[in-house]
Design a protein around this ligand. Structure first.
Ligand SMILES: [Zn+2]
Ligand SMILES: [Zn+2]
Length: 373
């Protein structure tokens, strides 16, 4: 009897913890005008190169994180488990992921990591159709082979201290040639737990697509401490439709934002509409006491990142300093001193957790219509 009660209590506890976790772990970002916001991770490894899990686990992790698309990008030239998994056919890890994703709505695009010394270093080729054909001697020939298949290619972790001891991303003549020849299309500004201002500047100067990836080898839950509320880095892709083709079109058109922790990195025209769609005015009413001119505003953050906003409006706040934190997926009340009772107003903020160029944070605006009394 005692045992049964204990067991029941335990099961209730576990069920409760599981519900709470699944509510917070599903990554959420709203669509923006004209586009769907798709959550994508285009860099991950499995036992088919130097990762520790079967591709089906990558699919399971992506589904738990509410991702829209992934690519398994095992190293072409680094097979850690070759004695057990010789991998004569390099398409196998993609095929295993496609099989695992069957019956779900996860989009799996074929990819591989071209793994060379610097230059050119490592690069991911995604949207390819036959990985075996990318396995050639000369690095430039590998880029050409991937491009021939319609591949989209981005430079991985250009600041990785394994290849760049000073962790400063720099274009070398070979990269410049690859870009000039149209063989290299994007760059990781975020890789795993690293972010690079120099990589962002290279993207802006050379019209490359801004990418953020997990480059996961172990487990997402352990590396990013998901049970404690952490999440993996991502590329948010603004696509016309939720399809592989639309994602590729968006990447080619550079419609992306990279995400690491609570930071969003992207071109102003992409990141500002995202922030403005993320912060919803839930309620706006004057505090009644003494017929005051203090407006109580409930801001709902509909995303999985917390925003740090610096007030640039002509009004001061009754409840906050000029810097306000809006926690992820929560409501925050800000009381605004409007001096007179207004029907409409506009608040402007500098979004400090959003980066559009090195050391630059965009201004966003929130239009408010005061609720009728
Ligand atoms: Zn790499
Ligand atoms: Zn990698």
């Amino acid at each position: 009897m005692k045992i049964t009660i204990l067991f029941l209590l335990l099961s209730v506890g576990i069920a409760h913890a599981h519900t709470a976790l699944s509510l917070t772990r599903k990554l959420q970002f709203p669509d923006v005008p004209g586009y769907k916001t798709l959550k994508c991770d285009f860099h991950m490894h499995t036992v088919f190169s130097d990762g520790n899990v079967w591709p089906s686990i990558r699919v399971e992790e992506a589904l738990r994180d509410n991702l829209d698309a992934i690519s398994i990008t095992d190293h072409l030239e680094k097979l850690k488990h070759a004695a057990d998994i010789p991998m004569p056919d390099r398409n196998r890890s993609h095929e295993a992921a496609v099989k695992a994703a069957d019956g779900t709505n996860l989009i799996v695009v074929q990819g591989t990591e071209i793994t060379r010394s610097m230059p050119p270093g490592h690069a991911n080729a995604i949207f390819i159709s036959d990985t075996n054909k990318v396995l050639v001697d000369d690095p430039i020939d590998a880029y050409r082979a991937a491009n021939k298949q319609g591949g989209f290619i981005f430079w991985n972790h250009p600041t990785w201290i394994g290849q760049k001891p000073n962790a400063i991303a720099e274009l070398m003549p070979m990269h410049e040639q690859l870009i000039a020849d149209g063989l290299l299309h994007g760059i990781e500004v975020v890789n795993e737990d690293t972010y690079s201002d120099e990589a962002l500047q290279i993207a802006l100067d050379n019209n490359l697509t801004i990418i953020g990836t997990s480059d996961i080898h172990g487990l997402i839950d352990w590396q990013y401490n998901v049970p404690a509320g952490g999440h993996r880095p991502l590329t948010l892709v603004f696509a016309k439709k939720r399809s592989a083709k639309s994602i590729k079109d968006a990447l080619e058109d550079r419609r992306t934002v990279a995400l690491i922790d609570d930071s969003l990195i992207g071109r102003e025209e992409h990141v500002v509409p995202l922030v403005e769609a993320s912060l919803i005015v839930h309620k706006a009413a004057y505090v009644d006491k003494n017929n005051s001119t203090v407006l109580a505003l409930i801001l709902r953050n509909a995303t999985s990142v917390s925003y740090t906003l610096e007030n640039t409006s002509p009004y001061n706040f009754y409840t906050h300093t000029d810097v306000v934190t809006i926690p992820a997926m929560k409501d925050t009340t800000i009381q605004v001193k409007t001096i007179e009772r207004l029907k409409e107003l506009e608040l402007t903020f500098r979004a400090l957790n959003v980066v559009t160029a090195p050391n630059q944070h965009p201004e966003i605006s929130i239009s408010i219509t005061v609720d009728s009394e």
